[in-house]
Design a protein around this ligand. Structure first.
Ligand SMILES: *[C@@H]1O[C@H](CO)[C@@H](O)[C@H](O)[C@H]1NC(C)=O
Length: 214
C-alpha cells in the first residue's frame, strides 16, 4: 500500500534535484576584472556592475577609475563586473568581448572597456535595429584594433563557447547578488543604494573616507 505512493514522491524529488542543479555555478576564481592591480588586502573593495552599452555606466566609469587612482591599489580595490542587461540588445556580445580581450592579453581588458564605452553608440538598440548577430560581431571586431586587439582574434573569440560561458556566469553572478540595474555599486560586498551614475569623485570620497577612518 505504502509503495503505491512512492511514485508520487518522484516528482517533488526530481524538482528538488533540478533546484540543486540550478544553483548559480560556482566560479573557479572570483569573477570580475580588477582595475589597476587593486590589492585584495585593500580595506575598501569597490565593485561596479556595469553594462557596456548603458549610457549611465559610460558616465560612471571614469569617476570610478578616478577613485581607484586617488586612493591607489593599497587602499581601494576596484573590480569591474559585467552585467549585460537583457533589454540592451547587444550588451551580451559586449560582455563576451571583454572576456575575449582578457583571453588575448589581460592587460587589454581596460583599454578595451574604454573603447567600448567610447563607441557604445554603435551598439545601441535603435542604431542596430536592422542588424543581425553576425553584423554585431563584425561591428565589435572592427573596434578591436583601437585597443590593439586584432579583428580576427575578436571575431573568433566571439564564437567561442568558453567566453560566452564567462559572460553568462557574470550575469548569473550579478543576479544572485540581486543586481537588477546598471550601474550598481557594492562596497565590501554591501550594495550602495544611494550611489548612482552621477556621483562625483567628492561624493565617493566622502563615503570611502568615512570607512577608512580608524
Ligand atoms: C600583453 O600586453 C603587454 C602590454 O601591451 C605586453 O607587454 C605583453 O608582452 C603582452 N603579453 C602577451 C602574452 O602577449
Amino acid at each position: 500500500m505504502a509503495y503505491k505512493h512512492l511514485s508520487l514522491l518522484a516528482f517533488p524529488i526530481s524538482l528538488l534535484i533540478s533546484t540543486v542543479l540550478c544553483q548559480t555555478p560556482i566560479p573557479k576564481k572570483p569573477l570580475g576584472f580588477v582595475f589597476n592591480n587593486g590589492k585584495s588586502s585593500a580595506p575598501v573593495h569597490l565593485e561596479i556592475y556595469a553594462d557596456l552599452t548603458c549610457p549611465d555606466c559610460q558616465q560612471a566609469w571614469p569617476t570610478i577609475k578616478q577613485v581607484a587612482e586617488v586612493y591607489g591599489p593599497d587602499k581601494v580595490r576596484v573590480v569591474f563586473q559585467s552585467f549585460p542587461l537583457p533589454y540592451h540588445t547587444n550588451s551580451f556580445v559586449a560582455a563576451q568581448s571583454v572576456a575575449v580581450a582578457e583571453g588575448v592579453n589581460a592587460t587589454l581588458v581596460f583599454p578595451w572597456i574604454d573603447v567600448l564605452f567610447k563607441n557604445q553608440n554603435q551598439l545601441y538598440n535603435f542604431q542596430t535595429m536592422d542588424k543581425n548577430r553576425f553584423d554585431i560581431n563584425n561591428i565589435v571586431a572592427s573596434l578591436a584594433p583601437k585597443a590593439d586587439i586584432s579583428q580576427s582574434a575578436m571575431k573568433d573569440g566571439l564564437s567561442e563557447a568558453s567566453y560566452e560561458g564567462q559572460a553568462r556566469l557574470s550575469w548569473k553572478h550579478g543576479c544572485s547578488k540581486t543586481v537588477a540595474s546598471t550601474p550598481s555599486f557594492f562596497i565590501n560586498d554591501v550594495i550602495v543604494n544611494e550611489a548612482d551614475a552621477s556621483w562625483t569623485l567628492d561624493q565617493w570620497k566622502k563615503l570611502i573616507d568615512s570607512l577608512l577612518q580608524k
